[in-house]
Every structure is written in structure tokens, then in C-alpha cells.
Ligand binder design. Structure first.
Ligand SMILES: [Fe+2]
Ligand SMILES: [Fe+2]
Length: 200
């Protein structure tokens, strides 16, 4: 039995699709809810990756980029303080704030094996694809003398194969997510290396 299963597939109200929190609003919530600095950094990194992908690869407008970033920024907001309610609590909070359902849905599907919600939209799939891989790459940067500088996809792949490195990162989720997104793992790794050092 999966304790984190959400047991539903509809999130938010379609009438609220234009209600997108500002970055400042999202940061207030993040700072109130999240106590662990490394988790805050992870959420900001994933938010940055989401926005960069929406802009550069999907050529989406600023409004859509904002939705992608907010989904990344808030996806783990309830993780450190209420792990047994992850990600039910943040979903219910965003629903009570009448936030755009596409943002809530992306958060609800960022771990299909945990929450039982399938990633459907491109935004859903990219949040799932970036999440664990971003964390593993950041862990790798911390053990390199030059951090992100000169990091190569090959080095990341080596760490992926070494199951004792960042052992909590699910290799199966990383494989499944890149497959669902239809993006080669090397391409994802390269994109993450290029974009997330700025939020290190
Ligand atoms: Fe999570
Ligand atoms: Fe995460």
C-alpha cells in the first residue's frame, strides 16, 4: 500500500487557470514552510530548470514560463516538515488559494510511483524528469573541486551507475521520467549542468 497516494486525478478548478502566483508570493510560502536550506535550493533549482526549458525548448510565453517555474519552485514545499503528507498538503494549500490547476496537477504528478498520478502534460513530464536528476547532479557538484565548472555528462552517468552515490535518488524514476518525456538522458543532463549552477 502506498501511503502517499493521492487517490484522485482532478486538481484545482479550471476557472482559475489565470491565477498564477508571483515569484515573490511563492518565495514567501517556500520560506514559511521549508526549514532545510538544501531543500530550498533544490526547489529553486528545479524552478529555474522548468522556466528555462519552457522558454528555450518549448518557446512558451512569459505567462506559461511563470507557471512552469512556480510548479518547480513549490513541488516539495511540504516535504521536510510534513513528509507523511507530501504532496497532499501543498496541493490543498494551492487549491484553497485558487491557483491555476495546471500548476497543481504538475506538482501532484511529480512522483507517479508515490502519488499515483500520471504525468500527462509537457509541464508534468518535465517536472518529473528534472526532479531526481537535478538532485543527483547537485550532489555530484558538491564533491567536485570545481563544482559545476567542466562537469561532463559522462561523469554524471558514472555517478548514476554507482548505486552507492546519492543512494536515495531513484535511478528507476530517472529512467522512467526521461522515457516518458521522450528526451535522451544525455540531453537532460547537459541542460541541467548548463542551467542550475546559477542557483547553486
Ligand atoms: Fe517530492
Ligand atoms: Fe524534488
Amino acid at each position: 500500500m502506498n501511503l502517499l497516494a493521492l487517490n484522485r486525478t482532478e486538481f484545482g478548478n479550471p476557472a482559475n487557470e489565470d491565477n498564477i502566483p508571483s515569484l515573490a508570493e511563492a518565495e514567501v510560502l517556500l520560506n514559511e514552510w521549508v526549514k532545510i536550506d538544501s531543500l530550498k535550493r533544490h526547489m529553486r533549482q528545479v524552478g529555474t530548470l522548468m522556466r528555462a526549458w519552457a522558454a528555450e525548448r518549448e518557446q512558451l510565453d512569459d505567462t506559461e514560463q511563470q507557471k512552469w517555474q512556480i510548479a518547480g519552485l513549490l513541488h516539495d514545499a511540504d516535504w521536510d516538515q510534513w513528509p507523511e503528507q507530501h504532496c497532499r498538503k501543498i496541493i490543498e494549500e494551492l487549491e484553497s488559494r485558487e491557483v491555476a490547476p495546471s500548476i497543481i496537477r504538475a506538482i501532484a504528478s511529480h512522483g507517479p510511483s508515490h502519488f499515483g498520478v500520471e504525468p500527462e502534460t509537457k509541464m508534468d513530464k518535465m517536472l518529473y524528469a528534472f526532479d531526481e536528476l537535478s538532485g543527483l547532479i547537485h550532489a555530484y557538484s558538491l564533491m567536485r573541486p570545481t563544482a559545476y565548472e567542466g562537469m561532463q555528462p559522462k561523469g554524471v552517468r558514472k555517478r548514476l551507475k554507482d548505486k552507492s552515490f546519492a543512494a536515495q535518488v531513484s535511478r528507476e524514476d530517472i529512467r522512467d521520467a526521461s522515457e516518458r518525456a521522450g528526451i535522451d538522458l544525455n540531453e537532460l543532463i547537459t541542460f541541467i549542468i548548463q542551467h542550475q549552477a546559477a542557483v547553486a
